[in-house]
Design a protein around this ligand. Structure first.
Ligand code: BG6
Length: 471
């Protein structure tokens, strides 16, 4: 069962909720270039469009105005009995271009105010250092994380925020879903040059970010000895599509290549044994310094945090229709239902995920994202979101099973307490919240907050420490 100190809460990211994109000296980030709704159209086919085209509407510019409404949002979280809240720091609020010598006081003060408000309400902040919003200057001048110069810029950010918030924040996460960066250039602002091998650039970006992550671990332990710092990955168990040996091997390859490979580097401080063959096949040659490998080896993360939205099935190509996933796609699993956005719902996969990660790495786990995006309408001041209650209840019950299996789990953050801008599509209508936010895809609405039915349901879950899940 969930213990007394198990953390129940929700998670967000700065660029999806804060808004106030150019307020109080904040610099632009990569996220500020991404348009609403048509973002996916360009993400894979023409990422240059984000830099060259002028779009009608940029949802990060207003988010859901958490920057000005954080007190109201935190009050609602407190009402639901949250004991933790995961949020990310907007790097460009603190170092507008990423390269200033001194940080911006207004930006630092904003997060001080948010942390104070959380702590005054008995909510522990869980802070992601970087969640898909690298300062734009680091993107345009250096091509983002492809350049190792960003490691020192990030180190400066870490030193500043660890010093500043050492008495307020005791749980830190390095980079959001860092295992997805090999494929998701857009989120981290790296562009391919003519003739470059995308795999090589992707794995170099990933390597550089993991080195920066190890730097953060080292600094965090030095500056805040009583804090813990974890990595954050997107993890989906990869089931073999069938028991055909080729499907089993393909599933193993897919899970290693996209997920475990990254965890090995961050948790064990080494590239796993299968890397050489993988890199040879992909014609990848990385620029890796010996000093970087010792840094990684000496500074493993304290725990593994991950997002869990779905399981994936994989096997020989063309066996089944491909279905979309969070970062990775999969083959359709006919045993599972899907969300409106095609993400396959698999509560038991969460129990499997916890078992898999704990048996491989032996580190405490923290589920820092889990939830369902639904197109919802406000009726009579609320939303009867029984499907969300069912989704979250089923996942929490499976998490409880994982804990009963013997796995140390620090906490659970649903995504996201209030509706916020979708990361992959830029839509508002893909709503995840317990709290409805009056805002549409074009940016129209009052941004007023309304409690959905799931709001009171979750309140009861936290009040009873999970016992009400079984009523
Ligand atoms: C995770 C990200 O991939 O999934 C979040 O860390 C994102 O930033 C969440 O919002 C849900 O995905 P989406 O695309 O539906 O917003």
């Amino acid at each position: 069962m969930f213990t007394e100190n198990f953390l129940f809460g929700g998670a967000t990211a700065a660029h999806q909720c804060e808004g106030a994109w150019d307020v109080d000296g904040k610099g632009q980030t990569m996220a500020d270039l991404l348009p609403a709704t048509i973002r996916q159209q360009y993400t894979f086919s023409d990422p240059d469009a984000f830099f060259t085209k002028k779009f009608d509407h940029y949802p990060s510019h207003h988010g859901v105005d958490f920057y000005h409404r954080y007190k109201e949002d935190i009050r609602l979280m407190k009402e639901m009995g949250f004991t933790c809240f995961r949020l990310s720091l907007s790097w460009a609020r603190i170092y507008p271009t990423g390269e200033e010598e001194e940080p911006l006081e207004q930006g630092l003060q904003f997060y001080d105010d948010v942390f104070d408000e959380l702590l005054a309400n008995g909510i522990e902040p869980v802070v992601t250092l970087s969640h898909f919003d690298t300062p734009l200057q680091l993107v345009t001048k250096y091509n983002g994380w492809a350049d190792k110069h960003l490691i020192s810029c990030f180190e400066k950010l870490c030193r500043t925020v660890f010093e500043r918030y050492k008495n307020k924040v005791k749980i830190w996460l390095t980079f959001n879903e860092v295992n997805g960066v090999q494929k998701l250039f857009v989120c981290n602002g790296t562009r391919l040059k003519e003739g470059q091998n995308p795999e090589e650039v992707g794995y170099q970006v990933h390597h550089n970010m993991c080195v920066a992550g190890a730097t953060a671990v080292k600094l965090c332990h030095e500056i805040i000895p009583d804090a813990v710092i974890g990595c954050m990955v997107q993890y989906s168990p990869v089931y073999p599509f069938s028991n055909h040996p080729e499907d089993v091997l393909e599933a193993l390859r897919y899970e290693r290549d996209r997920e475990l490979f990254s965890l090995d580097l961050q948790v064990k401080g080494e590239y796993p044994f299968y890397t050489k063959r993988l890199f040879d096949q992909l014609d990848v040659r990385l620029d890796i310094a010996e000093s970087e490998m010792s840094l990684l080896k000496d500074n493993p993360v304290d725990f593994i945090s991950f997002s869990y939205y779905m399981s994936l099935s994989w096997g020989r190509p063309d066996l089944a229709e491909t279905v979309p996933g969070n970062v990775m796609a999969g083959l359709k699993n006919s045993n599972l239902k899907s969300t409106e956005w095609g993400w396959q719902i698999d509560p038991q996969g969460l129990r499997y995920a916890c078992n898999r990660l704990y048996e491989l790495y032996g580190k405490p786990l923290f589920i820092v994202e889990n939830g369902i995006g639904v197109d919802e309408k406000l009726e009579n001041g609320t939303v009867e979101d029984d499907y969300r209650i069912e989704y979250l209840r089923d996942h929490l019950i499976q998490l409880d099973e994982a804990i009963k299996d013997g796995i140390p789990v620090m906490g659970y953050c649903m995504w996201s307490p209030m509706d916020i801008v979708s990361n992959s599509t830029g839509e508002m209508r893909k709503r995840y919240g317990f709290i409805y936010v009056d805002l549409d895809d074009d940016g129209n609405g009052t941004m007023d907050r309304y409690r959905k039915k799931s709001f009171n349901w979750f309140k009861k879950v936290t009040e009873t420490k999970g016992a009400s899940l079984y009523e």
